[in-house]
Design a protein around this ligand. Structure first.
Ligand code: SF4
Ligand code: SF4
Length: 366
């Protein structure tokens, strides 16, 4: 894992405190979505097809900081939409850093050159820049030419100014292991702190539906990538057991409470990926009222192919706490890339039949 020791220590201390308190469910990363407006319209995005009156809404600085306090997670991931479009984002980031929380500011980087002067380098702040692969792949993924080049310029600028920078890569249909390996080599050359990588979640609301990878294919793809990367020492920003899960060697249940989401509608049940399960008015209500047992890839057809870090990274971390020797072994030797895969979850639901896309209603917290 490429995360600095100081941050690893803070997270480890927080996890031990949760265990000592006997908390079974606790947040690890708060997903803060202060707006849904974006300056791109990516093919696999499930966040931006709201009407203008919703896209024009913002969480205020006070609402964002109150959510950070209410949740208590040691890490805050600011996503959206495009967070850099929020005029008060510098104050939100400053307020979170003042609370000694680690901020990952997720951005497509189109505005970073213009706005970088609004931020100061800090061990608590990381720009997590969206790049879904090499030039052609990324520009196709975001449906606009030239975005890759601008994002890479922004990465180089942020690194040269002393910021922590990571790359956030989502994989879609049609990508081969060699191509992904080359991209990870490229990220290494750019000098970023690490790269997060995961298969895209099949959002019901994404404009294109044939781009998502099924779970079995994802696992084989990750095995092929890790086989190529055996001696390349890529810096992947994930726990060793989450990478092992991606390679099909672990059967985890989803733990979406590890990544609770706060956006303009309230606290989203159960995670930021499922959009029509309703909202809770407070973090406490989210933890107490959400029927968590209904979610996970064996329990709910909407979760069928999900391997997202927001659901399974916290499961992997929990496993590492229980069996640290297994996590250390995998971190040292890497995920297994051959042999039988862990059993696929057996669906506890009837497989859905194809149906026309429907209008989505949103239940907003009072
Ligand atoms: S995936 Fe990110 S960058 Fe692309 S449209 Fe959605 S919010 Fe914007
Ligand atoms: S499996 Fe978990 S993280 Fe994935 S969509 Fe379902 S509830 Fe969300």
């Amino acid at each position: 894992m490429s995360v600095p020791l100081r941050q690893q220590f803070t997270v480890a201390k927080y996890l031990v405190q949760q265990k000592l308190k006997g908390n079974k469910r606790y947040p690890l990363v708060l997903m803060l979505e202060p707006l849904f407006r974006c300056n791109l319209a990516c093919a696999g995005c499930g966040k931006i097809d709201y009407p203008d009156e919703i896209l024009n809404r913002r969480l205020s600085v006070e609402e964002c900081l109150a959510s950070v306090d209410e949740c208590g997670a040691p890490i805050v991931s600011i996503a959206g939409g495009e967070p850099l479009l929020h005029k008060e984002l510098p104050r939100i980031v400053e307020g979170i850093i003042a609370r000694r929380k680690y901020v990952y500011l997720c951005t497509n980087a189109l505005l970073l050159k213009k706005r970088i002067g609004d931020y100061k380098p800090s061990p608590y702040l990381t720009f997590s820049i969206h790049l879904d692969g090499n030039r052609e792949r990324h520009d196709a993924s975001v449906c606009q030419r030239g975005v890759f080049e601008r994002a890479v310029e922004a990465v180089e600028l942020a690194i040269s100014r002393g910021f922590r920078v990571t790359i956030n890569c989502t994989l879609f249909q049609g990508e081969g292991a060699e191509e992904i390996a080359e991209f990870l080599d490229y990220c290494q050359k750019l000098g970023v702190e690490g790269t997060t990588i995961a298969p895209g979640f099949s959002y019901e609301r994404a404009p294109k539906q044939d781009i998502f990878i099924k779970m079995r294919e994802s696992k084989q793809l990750f095995r092929d990538v890790f086989k190529i990367g055996r001696n390349r020492k890529w810096k992947l920003n994930h726990s060793s057991l989450y990478l092992d899960f991606l390679a099909g060697n672990q059967s985890y249940n989803c733990t979406p409470w590890g990544n609770p989401t706060r956006n303009i509608f309230g606290w989203q049940k159960p995670c930021y990926l499922l959009v029509d399960e309703g909202y809770a008015p407070t973090f406490k209500a989210l933890m107490e009222e959400t029927p968590w047992h209904k979610y996970g890839n064996s329990k709910n057809p909407k979760c069928a192919n999900c391997m997202a870090h927001c659901g399974y990274e916290a499961s992997a971390v929990e496993d590492a706490m229980r069996r640290p020797w297994k996590a250390a072994w995998t971190a040292w030797f890497g995920p297994r890339t051959s042999g039988e895969m862990a059993p696929e979850p057996i669906p506890e639901y009837e497989l859905p039949t194809a149906k026309p896309r429907r209008a989505i209603t949103i239940e907003v917290a009072e």
